[in-house]
Design a binder for this molecule. Structure first.
Ligand code: PLP
Length: 406
């Protein structure tokens, strides 16, 4: 396909180095993505020429800083097709965004005996905050289970929803299994019964076009570092109606209108949810990362990553004793697997010595591991800067591990 991989790889300095004397292969993109030189340079240039705290000064650089930050809000709005710019709230990341909603939405709407629905394939980030909310409010957490292929049992959702259900939270793409969930359908099912939906887009935003109005979700969250931007910046999209209704999550500077010693009034959206100095440089990096992705095109990226996924899956399925966990029909470029009788840490360490970075463990999704009765997997997750040649070397590495243990 028409994809200038050499040009793309040249943009990512970290890929062009040797690890243990070998050309570095980075297959841990599910954990975090690498940064193009355009993002790295933009951050450096921002600190060298513009840096100033936002929203607080009349001096020129503060105004420039503020404009740069607010321009990214508009860019994110366009990127995910939100209706309003003020529906984009900057946070620290996915986890922070979910905790914000679990707290604020929970304060406003969740009472004793109410119910929250999550799926069994959630990252701990989209599970633990809801458990904490349910404990705080004496509410009940209900679970959408998945089958052995890693497909959600969406046909059970209707029965799970009752008149006590206050919110459904589900991941768009599973970080442990790669499953792409039918989020639009899930939202429709929930909305038929007037239940709002939060979607965890941490693994989707970098792989697929996200249109929040088309999905019609009420909240959509993601992290900048998963989409080639810096760490410490994230996004909470929320429908205006809900964001207006729910209380602020944190208090402090930048989110208040009038403050007396007794009480304060708050600013309107989006500032009501952005207490303290925001990570405005992180936001700038997110803007540059979005420009970078837009220039290549998410459609092209998705197509190429699917090609990598299919290529690797086919080769791995041919290896005796290798089991892939997560065989959904609709999958992102994530392959979780185990080699018979070989511990995932042992395999991961040997693969690392061959200059290939993969992730091992439970991938912050312990209930998924419990379902399969395993303690963890080896996970290879591909990005658009990876290549089939790298996958070939990865297959050789897997065969070498097998050979060593045989
Ligand atoms: N949700 C999913 C599906 C993830 O994969 C991750 C991170 O791996 C998170 C949430 C948490 O993201 P962060 O650590 O950036 O807050």
């Amino acid at each position: 396909m028409n994809f200038d991989i050499e040009k793309i790889r040249a943009d990512f300095p970290i890929l062009n180095q040797k690890i243990y004397g070998k050309d570095y292969i980075y297959f841990d993109n599910g954990a975090t993505t690498q940064k193009p030189i355009q993002v790295i340079n933009a951050v450096s240039e921002f600190y060298s020429s513009i840096n100033s705290n936002i929203h607080r000064g009349v001096h020129l650089l503060s105004e420039k800083s503020t404009k740069a930050y607010e321009d990214v809000r508009a860019k994110v709005q366009k990127f995910i097709n939100a209706e309003h710019e003020h529906e984009i709230i900057f946070t620290k990341g996915t986890t922070d965004s979910i905790n914000l909603i679990a707290f604020s939405f929970g304060e406003k709407y969740v009472n004793k005996g109410d119910e929250i629905i999550v799926s069994a394939m959630e990252h701990h980030s989209n599970l633990v905050p809801w458990q904490m909310l349910c404990q705080r409010k004496n509410a009940k957490l209900k679970i959408i289970h998945f089958d052995k292929n890693g497909e959600l049992e969406t046909d059970k959702i209707n029965d799970l929803i009752t008149d006590r259900t206050k919110l459904l939270a589900v991941t768009h793409i599973s970080n442990a299994l790669g499953t792409i969930n039918p989020v639009k359908k899930i939202v429709q099912l929930a909305h038929n019964k007037n239940v709002p939906v939060l979607i965890d887009g941490a693994q989707a935003i970098q792989h697929t076009i996200v249109d929040v109005q088309e999905i019609d979700c009420d909240f959509y969250v993601f992290s900048g570092h998963k989409i080639y931007a810096e760490t410490g910046i994230g996004v909470l999209y929320g429908k205006e109606k809900f964001l207006n209704e729910i209380p602020p999550y944190q208090g402090g500077g930048d989110m208040v209108d009038h403050v007396t010693l007794e009480k304060s009034t708050y600013l309107d959206l989006p500032f009501k949810f952005e207490a303290g100095t925001s990570n405005y440089v992180g936001a700038v990096s997110l803007g540059i990362a979005i420009d970078y992705i837009n220039e290549i095109g998410l459609n092209k990226i998705a197509e190429y990553e699917t090609e990598l996924l299919n290529y690797a899956t086919q080769k791995m399925q041919a290896i005796e004793g290798l089991t892939i966990f997560g065989n959904a029909k609709n999958k992102a470029s994530v392959i979780s697997f185990l080699l018979k009788n070989i511990h995932h840490y042992d395999a991961g360490m040997i693969i690392d010595k061959m200059g290939i970075a993969v992730r091992t463990g439970s991938h912050c999704a312990q209930p998924v591991m419990t379902y399969f009765d395993i303690t963890g997997t080896i996970r290879a997750s591909f990005a658009f800067y990876n290549t089939k040649e790298e996958i070939d070397r990865f297959i050789e590495a897997i065969l070498k591990v097998k050979q060593m243990f045989d």
